[in-house]
Design a protein around this ligand. Structure first.
Ligand code: GLU
Length: 496
């Protein structure tokens, strides 16, 4: 079902560390919804936790989102009608709303010292009771409390959670979740440093920023009833709440680690978006991959371009069950997207990988190589592994590898020597002529063409796996090809 009404959705990361695929998926789903309905996608930086604040995180998440093509309509750098979009710049707004709750008697000042709270917690643990605030300041007279605040005493502000009744919080995917209010804590809303916690700041912002749908991680399910109570305390209309599935390790056991995932097939793999970029994945493949970690269109379609995702995405088809991260799938998608790229596009995308490998790459040569490797690479980085040798002045073939299959060093040397003579005697260097003459030579020598090509491949490329040999020879050039074969003959001769 396509939502007809334009949504206002937000991605609200806390800049506390590197940007990973979990965040990317939340951002993607929000983006898709906004695009699909002609709504707005807002980037809000939730940086009120100053202890965990990491100054480089905002930069990294912005570059990651841009690389994925998940551009936002309103945000700290872009502005917009409901800014500022960085919570640390909204402290006075939160204070205003804290005061509203205090005046309504729905929040209260708490002066308990950390030491007292630790003692209470300790006592509760001993009695095997759930750790909870013991209401010490809950019923202080507001006038007395205000006097203590004015006198400079340190305080926090707590939510006055109703003692009676039940709260029902409705998640679009999970239906109503009802809890007894007596099981809820009097959560802190405003910390002693004057900054609000997530529970207050995010609710105020979502309301003021006119957010219609909140798509967020399911780590917020336990405090979801509190969020609903905060909305009710202000008398605001709630957004549609959607808590996304949890990512599991590739093994399917345990929550995905923040730093890396251990894939039984390929070892440790990074969960950070910019690492995926650096190791040569295409943003198209990453988006497709993460889109399917918690959403499916039907039971068989796997490839979705961004336009198709925008058209087909729907909240109803989100799956709340935990999803294991599968890197083989990502490799598979990346290969598919690489093969679907126009050659020019692929050349432009692999170029930086050759540069960062320190190779003296030039675009003209690279554009001749691209068609030879497009079918053979899974990531852009693979291109360097398979085709980096084109830009090396020399190759250093492994002497043992130069010896052909079921051949001796002497046979191999002879085959290489004769190949070099045959090639040298050709008037030109056209593919067909080179291939034909080498095949004839193999026949004459009573060896298989594969054996001869095997020796020449190592001699010319230095690698067992390379792009098609004859075409590669064209790029390297006749003189250099002859030179490399002669070098191989010399290496082989030393092994006789
Ligand atoms: N800042 C919160 C986080 O990073 C945002 C949760 C939300 O989207 O409401 O988890």
């Amino acid at each position: 079902m396509n939502l007809k009404k334009p949504v206002r959705v937000r991605f609200a990361p806390s800049p506390t560390g590197r940007f990973h695929i979990g965040g990317a998926r939340t951002a993607l789903y929000n983006y898709l919804l906004a695009q699909q309905t002609g709504g707005q996608f807002i980037l809000r930086i939730e940086d009120t936790d100053r202890k965990r604040f990491d100054p480089s995180a905002e930069q990294e998440l912005a570059s990651s989102l841009r690389w994925l093509g998940l551009d936002w309509d309103e945000g700290p750098d872009k502005g917009g009608p409901y800014g500022p979009y960085r919570q640390s710049e909204r402290a006075d707004i939160y204070l205003k709303y804290i005061n509203i709750l205090l005046e309504k008697g729905l929040a209260y000042y708490c002066f308990c010292s950390p030491e007292r709270l630790a003692r209470v917690r300790h006592q509760q643990q001993k009695l095997k009771k759930p750790p909870r605030y013991d209401d010490h300041c809950r019923d202080l007279s507001p006038i007395d409390a205000k006097e203590r605040v004015n006198a400079g005493e340190s305080y926090v502000v707590r939510f006055k959670t109703p003692k009676q009744g039940k709260t029902t919080a409705v998640d679009l995917l999970r239906g109503p979740i009802t809890v007894d209010n007596s099981t809820l804590d009097d959560y802190i809303l405003l910390k002693s440093n004057g900054l609000p916690v997530y529970h207050l700041a995010a609710m105020v912002d979502d309301h003021l920023m006119k957010i219609t749908h909140v798509l967020r991680g399911s780590e917020w399910l336990p405090t979801f009833p509190l969020h609903v109570l905060i909305y009710q305390a202000f008398g605001w209309e709630q957004p549609t709440w959607v808590h996304l599935s949890v990512f599991l390790n590739p093994s399917g056991k345990g929550k995905l680690s923040k730093r890396f995932a251990i894939d039984p097939k390929s070892g440790a793999r990074s969960v950070y978006v910019l690492d995926l970029k650096q190791t040569g994945y295409l943003p198209e493949a990453v988006n497709n991959w993460i889109a399917l970690m918690g959403w499916s269109y039907d039971d068989h379609t796997e490839i979705f371009s961004m336009d198709e995702l925008i058209e087909k995405f729907s909240l109803e088809k989100l799956n709340p069950s935990p999803a294991a991260v599968n890197y083989s799938k990502l490799d598979h998608f990346d290969g598919i997207y690489i093969r679907s790229l126009q050659l020019d596009d692929l050349t432009h995308r692999i170029l930086p990988f050759f540069k960062s490998a320190g190779l003296p790459v030039d675009e003209t040569t690279l554009s001749r190589i691209t068609p030879l490797i497009q079918e053979r690479i899974r990531t852009l980085e693979d291109a360097v592994e398979i085709a980096g040798f084109f830009f090396n002045e020399t190759v250093e073939p492994d002497p043992e590898q130069l010896i052909g299959k079921n051949m001796t060093a002497a046979d191999s040397a002879q085959a290489a020597r004769q190949a070099s003579e045959v090639i040298a005697s050709l008037p030109g260097f056209e593919n067909d002529a080179v291939e034909k003459s080498l095949r004839n030579l193999a026949d004459e020598m009573k060896i298989k063409a594969g054996q001869l090509f095997g020796v020449l491949r190592i001699a010319i490329t230095g690698q067992r796996v390379s792009p098609p040999l004859i075409e590669s020879m064209q790029i390297i050039g006749k003189d250099e090809v002859l030179h490399r074969i002669e070098q191989a003959v010399a290496i082989l001769n030393r092994q006789i």
